[in-house]
Design a protein around this ligand. Structure first.
Ligand SMILES: Nc1nc2c(c(=O)[nH]1)N[C@H]1C(S)=C(S)[C@@H](COP(=O)(O)OP(=O)(O)OC[C@H]3O[C@@H](n4cnc5c(=O)[nH]c(N)nc54)[C@H](O)[C@@H]3O)O[C@H]1N2
Ligand SMILES: Nc1nc2c(c(=O)[nH]1)N[C@H]1C(S)=C(S)[C@@H](COP(=O)(O)OP(=O)(O)OC[C@H]3O[C@@H](n4cnc5c(=O)[nH]c(N)nc54)[C@H](O)[C@@H]3O)O[C@H]1N2
Ligand code: SF4
Ligand SMILES: [Mo]
Length: 681
């Protein structure tokens, strides 16, 4: 196994560890033992030498003087961020001492891990951590904040994360970016779309905001938030009415097409136009474009599924390619997630055999605030890693109130003293992914990557896997699985005889080349749905208490509030990662609240005015950007800025499927700070 950490100089292969579909192959330049430059690997078939601005400036983050170098213990009040250095030995024995007491007095379920994908490495994000918490018998965390509603919806239709190979989309003649700001969040899909466009492809973006991806498109279609399922059903209505469906494909590869055909009669263009705000003529034009163009490809984003009805919305859009038989064509079809091809041997990776023999409660991470404040029996300790819940979680005011609890023993493992870490009792310094070994599996392209360490650990920082080994030792555990090397975890994860997309020589290839493509092709005709077909009608949904056919279910309303508030990601941060880096803030300039001319005029707001956005969950101040980038009644802002805590306003309701988050279904009112009356709260 390669290990470059002791090399002083050179250029070394690597991979981007961030939660981004592109999962770029990187080249790391090193001089005198320090990383001096991060660039895209020109030899990587998808990256092709280009990476985003965020990671091009990664060295500034790696060597930021604010980076944590040693363990800390709290000496001030919670949230005050007054700490004093301690040794690793003291930090680990403090944590394990508390956890032994808590386990004895309250049961291990009083301890809750809170980890997400700050580092996508499978060992560090869902390997050694799971082994440890399984053994401890801690409460389970439902990791639902990102894509779980849409994943559940897509799975009802397609059986799992099986979609188009993005490299084939250069052959597409129509590309629809549907609820994805791909220019900022999936830049290599945009590069592929550019190539397709040179070959004559038309690019359509369907969004609530004319953002960078809206402007990139040949045709931007604004929709009212949360109405995309209705739009998709309206398209199906026109497709069938104009006889643009592929009957042969429907017969051979789908279940329930006749039921669907009857059902979409309820979605005539007039009705759909009134729901979605898309003019009737545009609806016809889009349906005809989709029905008459082949290959047609839909990139389904995360935005549409961060709604009350998000799962159904994705489930519905996922039916479209089947109606016109687009899965038959190279470059046709859709991508929501492609993780179906990357199925690891999870029970080996996570040592499921270490789970306790009794049921353990699970907590949905989207309701963390509520759980910290009122779960019964109470959560007494929280271990945060790979994540920054004080900023990223819905209804963060409640999360912060929970973190302020004097009796909550909080540990945060991170590279920086994040907003969450300010409330910690113990802070542990984390290595960056360039300091570790790990396995990466993209959820968009079809490559796996093996990361070898490029530099030694920064200061006294340790990887997640290493920390969990130390914790296991401190707890007095003896099970060998808790002490295995990273390489052993990777090997057991790849050893999945049930995954036909992994070849036997995958491990060897990864060790030699650092990345390797999965084998095989789209399993149309043998999908892991109950029928093996694309399920336009789903009995599983019926059993789960959901409408078995794609259906438009409106989002919830919030009495007394006028605007739908959509606080999405921005171009230069990655969730809250980079949001405190000066360089990245400069790249992004400032947060903005996009508001429609008519709404602004009615509220007495002009561009540049400071606007107070508020509801009964909280408030946030944002400078207005007045124009026609959003529809009336919609407010959009981008980025999780430290100075604009947008999640103080977002609801912690749970989506229709998968326990998903509904960041974009919340309602707010607004006031100009200068002219308006002060809000209620
Ligand atoms: N630069 C950058 N890249 C990122 C991230 C980041 O923070 N910054 N985050 C990463 C992560 S974790 C994820 S999950 C992905 C997310 O990236 P995307 O999949 O692009 O998802 P979002 O940006 O959340 O939302 C996409 C779009 O949905 C729109 N939208 C919201 N509601 C609706 C609706 O009801 N209908 C329609 N049609 N559109 C709607 C928003 O305006 C937005 O443009 O990006 C990853 N990549
Ligand atoms: N308003 C609003 N809120 C959102 C979203 C939105 O669109 N709008 N998007 C949501 C989505 S899709 C997601 S995925 C979540 C993401 O939420 P999080 O998963 O919390 O993502 P980040 O904010 O990037 O925080 C990741 C943290 O992990 C740390 N980290 C990185 N590598 C390592 C490591 O190896 N070890 C340890 N211990 N720590 C490490 C980073 O320094 C960083 O502080 O946010 C959600 N929140
Ligand atoms: S954040 Fe995304 S686009 Fe940027 S380098 Fe990482 S994987 Fe590539
Ligand atoms: Mo995400």
């Amino acid at each position: 196994m390669n290990d470059y950490k002791n090399e002083r100089n050179g250029v070394f292969p690597s991979v981007c560890s961030l939660d981004c579909p592109d999962q770029c192959g990187l080249l790391i330049h090193k001089e005198n033992g320090k990383i001096t430059k991060v660039e895209g690997d020109p030899g990587h078939p998808v990256t092709q030498g280009s990476i985003c601005n965020k990671v091009r400036h990664m060295t500034e983050r790696l060597y930021d003087e604010e980076r944590l170098t040693c363990p800390l213990k709290r000496i001030g009040k919670k949230g005050e961020a007054r700490f004093q250095p301690v040794t690793w030995k003291e930090a680990i024995s403090t944590i394990t001492g508390r956890w032994k007491d808590l386990s004895k007095n309250y049961g291990a379920e009083s301890i809750l891990p809170h980890g997400f994908y700050g580092n996508m490495g499978r060992v560090n994000a869902e390997g050694m951590d799971r082994r440890f918490f399984n053994r401890l018998g801690a409460s389970q965390l439902e990791r639902t904040i990102c894509s779980s509603a849409g994943a559940a919806g897509y799975t009802y239709t397609m059986g799992g994360g099986f979609g188009t190979d993005p490299e084939e989309t250069i052959h597409s003649k129509l590309i629809i970016f549907w609820g994805i700001n791909a220019v900022s969040t999936n830049m290599h899909q945009v590069a592929l779309a550019q190539k397709a466009r040179k070959n004559g492809a038309t690019i359509v973006t369907i969004d609530v905001h004319k953002n960078k991806t809206g402007r990139f498109a040949d045709w931007f279609i604004p929709v009212k938030p949360g109405t995309d399922a209705a739009l998709a059903l309206g398209l199906m209505h026109v497709l069938f009415r104009k006889n643009l469906q592929d009957d042969q494909f429907l017969h051979s590869f789908t279940k329930g097409h006749q039921e669907l055909r009857d059902h979409v009669k309820d979605y005539p263009p007039e009705r759909v136009s009134a729901i979605t705000g898309v003019p009737i003529e545009d609806l016809y034009r889009l349906a005809e474009l989709y029905g008459e163009t082949s290959p047609a490809f839909i990139r389904i984003g995360n935005g549409i599924q961060h709604h009350d009805n998000g799962g159904m919305c994705v489930r519905t859009i996922a039916c479209l390619p089947a109606i016109t038989g687009q899965w038959k064509h190279k470059g046709g079809g859709a991508i929501k997630s492609n993780l179906g091809y990357m199925q690891l041997n999870e029970s080996a990776l996570q040592a499921d055999h270490l789970r306790p023999d009794h049921e353990v409660r699970s907590i949905n991470m989207n309701t963390l605030g509520k759980a910290l404040l009122s779960a019964e029996p109470p959560i007494k300790s929280l271990f945060i890693y790979n994540s920054n819940p004080a900023v990223v979680t819905p209804d963060t005011n409640n999360v912060v109130k929970g973190l302020e609890r004097e009796d909550l023993f909080t540990v945060v493992h991170d590279l920086f003293l994040t907003e969450s870490a300010r409330y910690a009792d113990i802070v542990l310094p984390a290595t960056s992914s360039f300091e570790n070994m790990d396995l990466y599996t993209s959820y968009w392209h079809h490559y796996l990557h093996l990361q070898a360490p490029v530099i030694p650990g920064y200061g006294q920082s340790k990887s997640n896997a290493e920390v969990f080994r130390l914790l296991a030792e401190g707890m007095g555990y003896k099970e060998p699985a808790l002490f295995e090397k990273d390489e052993d975890l990777i090997y057991s994860a790849l050893n999945n005889p049930e995954n036909p997309y992994f070849t036997e020589d995958l491990w060897t290839k990864l060790k030699e080349d650092h990345f390797a493509k999965r084998e095989g092709s789209m399993p149309i005709g043998r999908l892991p749905t109950p029928s093996g077909k694309i399920e336009l009608y789903s009995e599983t949904m019926e059993k789960d208490g959901l409408p078995p056919l794609p259906t438009y279910v409106p989002n919830q309303t919030e009495e007394g509030y006028e605007y739908t508030f959509i606080p999405g990601p921005n171009h230069s941060f990655l969730n809250s990662t980079f949001s405190s880096q000066e360089k990245h803030q400069q790249l992004e300039k400032e947060p903005k609240l996009f508001i429609h001319n008519k709404d602004a005029a009615r509220e007495g707001i002009e561009s540049g005015d400071s606007v107070i956005v508020w509801n009964d969950r909280g408030m946030c101040e944002l400078p207005a950007d007045v124009g026609d980038h959003v529809l009336e009644g919609v407010l959009v802002c981008q980025g999780l800025w430290p100075k604009a805590p947008v999640n103080a306003l977002t609801p912690d309701r749970i989506a229709d499927m998968g326990g998903g988050a509904v960041f974009f279904s919340g309602k707010v009112n607004i006031k100009s700070k200068e002219n308006g009356n002060s809000p209620k709260k």
